[in-house]
Ligand binder design. Structure first.
Ligand code: ATP
Ligand code: MG
Length: 232
């Protein structure tokens, strides 16, 4: 469960996020849409407690993150736009390393299973991550999330720069994770993917959540017109 209660943040007196109230239940994929500077990354950074809120509270799995950021982060899988892997380590080694950081120790066979489940081709598991494409790095990120047994997943523009096939695969993985009970919050500019993948869509502008909607209620073109209308 991912929850925000009146969450607010300003930078130098300029509000970046205003009184955000949001709740993403296990099994939900919530897509946060909004123009550049709308406050999407700020929202994600507040959930990770990379930023201190001015007001309000962010909770993960019922836990206020400000009270114990490390424990809260242990329950979160975070996928930024560009996943940072150790370039000289292989996919398996990266996964082993990041799992160890979150206190988990897996056999090589188990690590391979996570990578395969995340869609990384077996031939790639032992290749150095420096040779990975963006899609392969994102898949490794998903494997790290799987191994972490996180309750919540936060993604900041995870599919930007992925080709349509990689983006489609990524969306299917997200759906699988949510079906296993993960709560997913994703900031994205990809209206098409949001409509296809999300169970709920939120539209933000200037730090405010203006509207929430169910993708099933609306067509692709309607979503685009609605979005443009909210931005103008
Ligand atoms: N560390 C910071 N210091 C000062 N201002 C910041 C900082 N981080 C964000 N801001 C400001 O807060 C506002 C919200 O930014 P944020 O990065 O959350 O937007 P975003 O919705 O993620 O945009 P984008 O789609 O471009 O990624 C912007 O006006 C931005 O300039
Ligand atoms: Mg951003």
């Amino acid at each position: 469960m991912i929850q925000a209660f009146n969450l607010s943040k300003s930078f130098n007196g300029q509000p970046a996020l205003r009184q955000l109230n949001l709740s993403v239940a296990p099994g939900e994929i919530y897509a946060l849409l909004g123009a550049n500077g709308a406050g999407k990354t700020t929202t994600i950074n507040l959930f990770l407690h990379f930023l201190e809120p001015d007001e309000g509270e962010a909770r993960i799995d019922g836990m206020p993150v400000a009270e114990d950021p490390w424990t809260a982060r242990a329950r979160i899988a975070y996928i930024p736009e560009n996943i940072q892997l150790y370039p000289h380590l292989s996919g398996i080694e990266n996964l082993a390393y990041f799992s160890a950081l979150s206190g988990q120790k897996y056999t090589t066979a188990a690590l391979e299973r996570f990578l395969t489940q995340a869609g990384l081709e077996p031939e790639a598991h032992r290749k150095q991550a420096r040779n990975y494409s963006k899609g392969m790095r994102q898949k490794t990120g998903i494997a790290i999330a799987l191994a972490k047994e996180a309750k919540a997943m936060l993604l900041d523009e995870p599919t930007s720069g992925l080709d349509p096939k990689a983006s489609n695969e990524f969306a299917r993985l997200l759906t699988q994770l949510s079906e296993q009970g993960m709560a997913v919050l994703m900031a994205t500019h990809d209206l098409f993917r949001a409509k296809e993948t999300a169970t709920r869509i939120g539209i933000m502008r200037s730090g405010q959540l203006l509207q929430e909607l169910q993708p099933s209620e609306i067509g692709h073109t309607d979503l685009e017109s609605l979005y443009l209308q909210q931005m103008s």
